[in-house]
Design a protein around this ligand. Structure first.
Ligand code: C5P
Length: 302
């Protein structure tokens, strides 16, 4: 008789194709119009029953992943277990392929993946809304990792409206050495905008139209990130990476989220390979990855 060994969930990375940032709120967060697009780079989260909650991680960047209860995957398991009065005795294994660099929501992916995996392992059958509510407690980007595809995030980014995507988009990601702290980037945004009125953030209709029609050239013209000037102030060398990618033929380039990962939209998969090669040769990044979007959200695969 076979025994179910565990549950495996695949969960994608993301890029922000628009990140419009409003003024700081009393709770310290910022209202956003955050257009997320899931990209086909995945972490796989496997949960199996164990004597106690523990995390292991494999993959090229595994050494940079915290294995204690600060990991969003552990926090997800604890939050779900607490809600249902369960003892969270589970081994969470993260097979990490999403670069650990910042800007691609790799930690958020692991939180959403572990949540779905534990919910399945423990046969809880939580509704999507129940899972999304826990995701929102874990972090602003975690709900999107669960649903994938494309979505507009409002509030602090956690209130999602799914968006239609009419085609495939081909990306290159340049992974920088070291990270950038998200709170520090938001603080730099506040410093730069101090004394000037910050308009309420709203989604760009031209960008939503480009997604809907699958038009890469139109999307390239509409990409925007209000955090980019702050990220470039904190990490000036990212400007060289952005220039190297556009010189190599990318349709457009931008900092992904709060960085330091930079994203390059290309016209097709061949152009993506060429831009990735040129970025590597330029010496302006640690490594590169090529990926296509949109991608499915967290999915049980085994
Ligand atoms: O929600 P999350 O834990 O990902 O947020 C990390 C930090 O990023 C927050 O503590 C805050 O400093 C900043 N942030 C923000 N406004 C948002 C989302 C994040 O200021 N909408």
């Amino acid at each position: 008789m076979s025994v179910t060994a565990g549950v495996r969930v695949r969960v994608p990375a993301k890029v922000n194709v628009q990140l419009a940032v409003g003024a700081a709120r009393p709770d310290g967060f910022h209202d956003l119009a955050n257009v997320f697009l899931a990209v086909g780079l995945y972490d796989e989260i496997t949960v199996t029953p164990a004597d106690e909650l523990r995390i292991t991680c494999t993959g090229p960047d595994a050494a940079q992943v915290p294995l204690d209860h600060t990991n969003l995957a552990a926090r997800a398991a604890l939050a779900l277990a607490e809600r249902h009065g369960i003892d969270p005795r589970v081994h969470i294994h993260i097979a990490k392929d999403i670069p650990v660099a910042g800007g691609m929501a790799g930690g958020s992916a692991d939180g959403a993946g572990a949540l779905l995996a534990c919910d399945t392992l423990w046969s809880l059958g939580s509704s999507r809304d129940e899972l999304l509510a826990i995701c929102a407690e874990l972090g602003s980007d975690v709900p999107f990792s669960l649903i994938g595809g494309a979505a507009l995030g409002t509030g602090r980014g956690e209130q999602l409206t799914p968006l239609e995507v009419g085609g495939s988009f081909h990306w290159v990601f340049a992974v920088a050495d070291g990270g950038l702290s998200t709170p520090t980037v938001f603080r730099e945004f506040d410093r730069r905008t101090e004394g000037t009125p910050v308009p309420a953030p709203s989604a760009d209709p031209a960008l939503l139209d480009a997604l809907r029609t699958g038009d890469a050239t139109a999307l390239a013209g509409a990409l925007s990130n209000d955090l980019q000037p702050a990220a470039l102030t904190l990490r000036p060398s990212l400007a060289d990476t952005l220039t190297a990618g556009t010189t190599a033929g990318a349709l457009a380039s931008l900092v992904s989220g709060s960085g330091p990962t930079t994203a390059f939209l290309t016209k097709d998969p061949d152009a993506a390979e060429e831009v990735a090669q040129a970025l590597l040769t330029s010496g302006t990044c640690r490594t590169t990855r090529v990926a296509t979007s949109p991608a499915r959200g967290a999915t049980v695969v085994g």
